[in-house]
Design a protein around this ligand. Structure first.
Ligand code: G4P
Length: 285
């Protein structure tokens, strides 16, 4: 399966991001804690290294990710040069507030109103950049939505007299070489649903969950996956949820069961799940 996603505004966004990065001191890269590497745009680290900018990696949506895997990611990122990492849930009150204070040590000379600390918030669509901006500024600024690429216009905002936040448009890379990365991004809803069909995404998710989180099926749906293949697991979900195809003599509606699984993963009902861990992912740094 080849996934290509390169709307024109992404080209413009890259050019703009390069220019904006010149005028910032610290890059705040927002990642999805469930898939930190897949949701990290290699273009951001490229630009950052060219311009020698330090980075705070924010593993956001930590409420949805496996806590022990998230901690392993934070430890791994903290070992990189010029990088600090933090896991948080920016939808929870107060959690975003620590970000400026974690950025400050990365640019120790930027502490006054003459030389304010300029933090550039970057990340692919749907990782929570707008939510984070709104939480930090304590007002609703950008449009927050679950469809990728909603944040388009660049914004600058003073946090206080010596700290400034700069927002940039969602930046997905031009071509996703690794199909698994594409599927992970689709699973977390960072790629438009129009690019990949739900069933293909759910198939990927199901295979991953059966291997890495088999017990969640017992907890959530009340059956064991032992000895079942993927289709049988999907049928078992369909059976539990009463998904039957109309006029098909009691045939299971796998499409509907797949949509339920995906929705329950995305909203966290299935539990705290990570799709990547630092031991097995290819890190871009
Ligand atoms: P973006 O600017 O990077 O594109 O992302 P945005 O802030 O629009 O956030 C995308 C979705 O992710 C929003 O959900 C937002 O509420 C949710 N989100 C952001 N941070 C967190 C987090 O830490 N935990 C969880 N669980 N969700 C988070 P939405 O359904 O589109 O909007 P809403 O109904 O929640 O307002």
């Amino acid at each position: 399966m080849a996934i290509q996603w390169y709307p024109g505004h992404m080209t413009v966004a890259r050019r703009e991001a390069a220019k904006t990065m010149e005028r910032c001191d610290v890059v705040v890269e927002v990642l999805d804690a469930r898939t930190p590497e897949a949701s990290s745009n290699p273009m951001i680290s490229e630009l950052r290294k060219e311009r020698q900018r330090p980075c705070l990696k924010v593993l956001n949506k930590a409420d949805l990710a496996d806590p022990s895997v998230t901690q392993a990611w934070v430890r791994s990122y903290n070992q990189e040069d010029g990088v600090s990492a933090v896991a948080l849930t920016c939808t929870r009150p107060g959690q975003a507030a620590k970000i400026p204070y974690l950025c400050q040590p990365l640019a120790p000379n930027r502490t006054s109103s003459l030389k304010p600390l300029r933090m550039l918030i970057m990340g692919i669509p749907n990782v929570g950049k707008s939510t984070l901006m709104n939480a930090l500024l304590k007002r609703r600024l950008a449009k927050v939505g679950d469809q990728p690429a909603v944040t388009r216009v660049q914004q600058k905002n003073m946090l206080n007299d010596h700290m400034m936040l700069i927002d940039s448009p969602g930046l997905l890379w031009p071509k996703i070489e690794d199909p698994d990365v594409g599927l992970m991004l689709a699973t977390i809803n960072a790629i438009s649903a129009k690019v990949i069909v739900d069933e293909e995404i759910a198939d990927f998710l199901l295979t991953y969950l059966v291997t890495h989180y088999p017990t969640l099926f017992t907890k959530r749906y009340g059956f064991s996956v032992e000895g079942l293949n993927e289709l049988e697991v999907l049928d078992a979900i369909a059976k539990k949820r009463g998904c039957l195809r109309k006029g098909k003599g009691g045939e299971f509606d796998r499409e509907k069961a797949a949509r339920i699984l995906l929705l329950e993963f995305r909203n966290g009902t299935l539990g705290q799940i990570s799709l990547q861990n630092p031991e097995t992912a290819n890190t871009s740094e």
